[in-house]
Write a protein that binds this ligand. Structure first.
Ligand code: SAM
Length: 239
């Protein structure tokens, strides 16, 4: 009964404020109370975050760079970015997620804790769905959120995020490859307790087309796979 469906935003919000919040807080956290599948997803997700940070820092220091972390979850990306000196807006549709991200930031971003790093700027936290975000940022990042968008909604979502970004946009999504498609269909035939949300896969070509339509091109690509976690990571820049 945990399943959410239809790409219905209200349902997704409700899920991530309740059972989904409990589940993902655990996966994204450090406790041992995770099962084998959740542990595998934790490891895969950590790699995605690590790769995104690498893409971001490859172009130079993040000190003073403005970043919008759209769908920030518990702050897995926002907090390390703040440690790098980025000026971060951490926003999410789920108030529970935003509250958890803020709590963790307050614990982890202690001034003078690590004297070699630049002084962290506390991110700004906001409860907002992606479509309501506005303003301009050097960089917009959106990790593992597209999975909640069917392709017909994904195009608009990508276009909106690109409109907020001045220099680059980093997105991760579950790739629609034959193997993963199959795995997902098998999962649908045998729904188990770990199957918590309706997942939408995206083909890289579809994501690329959506970016091209609004004048962006993909500059870098990455892929993270573990046993139960698959993410394609792309960095796009104005064409
Ligand atoms: N980006 C974070 C990370 O990688 O650690 C969290 C990923 S989690 C799988 C997906 C997040 O997207 C959840 O926190 C959820 O509340 C958020 N989300 C889903 N739909 C959203 C929407 N339409 N607008 C903003 N956030 C959304």
């Amino acid at each position: 009964a945990e399943e959410v469906g239809g790409g219905d935003k209200e349902v997704v919000r409700d899920y991530f404020n309740n059972t989904g919040f409990q589940r993902w807080k655990k996966i994204y956290g450090e406790t041992d109370e995770v099962n084998r599948v959740q542990k595998d997803i934790r490891i895969g997700h950590a790699k995605t975050v690590e790769n995104a940070i690498k893409m971001l820092t490859d172009e130079g220091s993040l000190r003073g760079v403005t970043v919008c972390d759209a769908g920030c979850g518990t702050g897995s990306l926002s907090i390390p970015l703040a440690k790098e000196g980025a000026v971060v807006l951490a926003s999410d549709i789920s108030a529970a997620m935003v509250a958890e991200a803020e709590k963790q930031a307050k614990e982890q971003l202690v001034a003078g804790k690590d004297e070699l790093s630049p002084a962290p700027v506390m991110p700004k936290f906001e409860v907002s769905d992606l479509e309501s975000l506005n303003g301009k940022y050097d960089t917009v990042v959106c990790l593992d959120v597209l999975i909640h968008y069917p392709q017909n909604k994904a195009d608009g979502m990508i276009a909106h995020l690109a409109s907020l970004a001045e220099k680059r946009l980093i997105l991760s999504f579950a790739p629609k490859t034959f193997y993963y498609d199959l795995l997902k269909r098998v999962g649908e035939l045998f729904p188990g307790p770990s199957k918590a949300t309706r997942a939408y896969l995206h083909s890289e070509a579809d994501v690329e087309r959506a970016l091209q339509k609004v004048g962006w091109r993909i500059r870098k690509r990455g892929l993270v796979t573990t046993q139960f976690y698959f993410a394609k990571l792309v960095e796009a820049v104005p064409a």
